[in-house]
Design a binder for this molecule. Structure first.
Ligand SMILES: OB(O)c1ccc2cc[nH]c2c1
Length: 253
């Protein structure tokens, strides 16, 4: 029994891309239960207000804890499962969202758990919302960032997180083998370069080894390219997966 993903936003239309492609088909096929909620459905005033001025002053507005509380009490209250519930709150000030986190969340959803994503806008959500739900039994709260840049709200991050998690669930990707050698997988490397027909294109040739049929040579070549690419583009990944003495020497841990 697969669990569910709930996304709360004042711009539910922003999440429409989740109705397309593989995630959309998985939802239609009943492989995945994704529900998008409009935060304003939990307001009680005629203007459907979700924000107010920040204590301590400063520019912009802050999203109100009372409205979020009504929404998340209902959204999180719908699920009662031993697999537990994760509440993710995208924010530029969050811990980095990684493939390892996506895998952890996919296991939880696959086991019948719930992933809820609270999309902030303005200057963010009142800090007491994360604090309150972190104290709730069976709820794990994570404030997460999808990268070192700032967007206008949490919806794009919710799209990224949902796709990264959903694609790992059984049946969503047609050929699960294609998940094996991806970037940021268990080997901790970036994936090797890929080629297809034609063998020669604008004077550029496909590496001969890939056309040799020698799977041993091909495997060696691919791993070498993956290590080379990782060393050039993401040396931090190489150190992170290095033996403990190397990591300690580099001060990674
Ligand atoms: O960069 B982000 O992922 C992000 C997430 C949430 C909010 C809320 C207001 N600005 C935001 C930016």
């Amino acid at each position: 029994m697969t669990g569910r993903i709930d996304i709360v936003s004042i711009f539910p239309g922003y999440l429409a891309p989740l109705e397309l492609s593989l995630v959309g088909k998985a939802r239609q096929d009943g492989l995945l239960d994704v529900t998008v909620h409009d935060l304003r459905d939990w307001t009680s005033d005629r203007h459907r207000t979700v924000d107010d001025t920040p204590f301590g002053g400063g520019a912009g507005m802050v999203m109100r804890p009372d409205v979020w509380g009504h929404a998340l009490d209902e959204v999180l209250g719908e699920q009662d499962t031993p697999a537990g519930q994760s509440l993710l709150i995208p924010t530029p000030a969050g811990e980095r969202f990684t493939q390892a986190m996506a895998e952890e969340l996919a296991l939880q959803v696959c086991a019948g758990g719930q992933l809820a994503i609270a999309c902030g806008r303005y200057e963010g959500i009142d800090a007491r919302v994360a604090e309150h739900y972190a104290e709730q039994e069976h709820v794990t709260v994570r404030e997460v960032s999808i990268g070192d840049y700032v967007l206008n709200g949490g919806e794009v991050a919710a799209l990224v997180i949902t796709e990264a998690v959903a694609r790992l669930l059984p049946g969503v990707i047609g050929n699960p083998q294609s998940l094996v050698e991806e970037s940021h997988g268990s080997a901790g490397l970036l994936e090797y370069p890929v080629y297809t027909k034609p063998p020669s294109w604008r004077g550029l040739e496909v590496p001969e080894v890939l056309r040799s049929g020698d799977h041993g040579r091909i495997g060696t070549w691919r791993r070498s390219r993956a290590v080379e690419r990782t060393a050039r583009r993401r040396p931090d990944l190489l150190v992170r997966h290095a033996p403990p003495q190397v990591r300690l020497a580099k001060g990674v841990d």
